[in-house]
Design a protein around this ligand. Structure first.
Ligand code: F3S
Length: 244
C-alpha cells in the first residue's frame, strides 16, 4: 500500500478562532490502524496533536472518532480496510471539541449515570453471591458488551436535535439492568426512560446499530423497552425478555 495522505481536524477553542484541517504524509506499514497513524503523526510530524486512547484493543472506548465519514474506534480500524490512501480524521460529530480529536463526554456520561447503571436488587444481598443462570446471562450479552465509546450517540439524529435525549448508549444500559434477572427495580427503570427525551425520542433510525464497533443492536433493545412501557400503560405489567 502506498503512503497515506492524512487530513486531521485541528482546533483549540482556547487559542483558535475556527477549526482547520492539517495534512500529513504518513508512511504506511502492514497492519497499521488509525491509532497507529495518529501516533506516527504525534511522534514524527506534529507533537501538538491531541487525541484520546487507552487500551488499544477495543475495550476502553476512548478512541472513538470520525474516520472517512463514519464513527469508528481508531484502535480497531485497519487502514487497509478503508481501501484508500486518503484519510480524513475528525472528532465525533455533535459533541463539543475540547481539543483536536478530543471531545467533551460530560453530557454523554451524565445521561448514562441518570439511568442508574447498577443493580438494584429487590431483596437483601445473598450471603455469598447472586446466582444467574446461563440463559438469563445470555439475554444481557450484547448490552454488557457496550463499551460506552459514544459512537452511537454521535451518529444519532435524535441526539443532534434534542440535547436532552438520553441516546442509544444510555438506553442499551437501561435495558441491560432492566432485563437482568438479579435486578428488582423494573418499575423505577421504566420511569427513568419512558418519557419524551427517552424511549419515545428514538425514531428507529438505526444509525446507532450501523456504527457500533461491538456490533450491538441498540435499536432492538430500545424497541423492547418501548413495548414494556406500552404494556405497563395498558395494565399488562412488565416481564423479562425471553432468552434468545
Ligand atoms: Fe437514534 Fe438509534 Fe434510535 S440512531 S433514533 S437511537 S435507532
Amino acid at each position: 500500500m502506498a503512503d497515506l495522505d492524512v487530513k486531521v481536524f485541528r482546533f483549540d477553542p482556547d487559542t483558535d478562532d475556527k477549526p482547520r484541517y492539517d495534512t500529513y504524509q504518513v508512511t504506511y506499514r502492514e497492519g497499521m490502524t488509525i491509532l497507529d497513524v495518529l501516533f506516527y503523526i504525534l511522534e514524527n510530524l506534529d507533537g501538538s496533536l491531541a487525541f484520546r486512547y487507552a487500551c488499544r484493543e477495543a475495550i476502553c472506548g476512548n478512541c472513538a472518532m470520525y474516520v472517512n465519514g463514519l464513527q469508528r474506534l481508531a484502535c480497531k480500524t485497519q487502514v487497509k480496510d478503508l481501501k484508500t490512501t486518503e484519510l480524513f480524521i475528525e472528532p465525533l460529530p455533535s459533541l463539543p471539541v475540547i481539543k483536536d480529536l478530543v471531545v467533551d463526554l460530560d453530557s454523554f456520561f451524565g445521561k448514562y449515570v441518570s439511568i442508574k447503571p447498577y443493580l438494584i436488587p429487590a431483596e437483601s444481598p445473598p450471603e455469598k453471591e447472586y446466582y444467574q443462570s446461563q440463559s438469563d446471562r445470555h439475554v444481557l450479552n450484547e448490552a454488557v458488551d457496550c463499551i460506552l465509546c459514544g459512537a452511537c450517540y454521535s451518529s444519532c439524529p435524535a441526539v443532534w436535535t434534542d440535547e436532552d435525549y438520553l441516546g442509544p448508549a444510555a438506553l442499551i444500559k437501561a435495558f441491560r439492568f432492566y432485563a437482568d434477572s438479579r435486578d428488582g427495580a423494573q418499575k423505577e427503570r421504566l420511569d427513568l426512560v419512558a418519557h419524551e427525551h427517552g424511549l419515545w425520542r428514538c425514531h428507529t433510525v438505526f444509525n446507532c446499530v450501523e456504527v457500533c464497533p461491538k456490533g450491538i443492536d441498540n435499536t432492538s433493545a430500545i424497541q423492547y423497552l418501548k413495548k414494556q412501557a406500552v404494556g405497563r400503560a395498558l395494565g399488562m405489567g412488565v416481564g423479562k425478555r425471553a432468552a434468545t
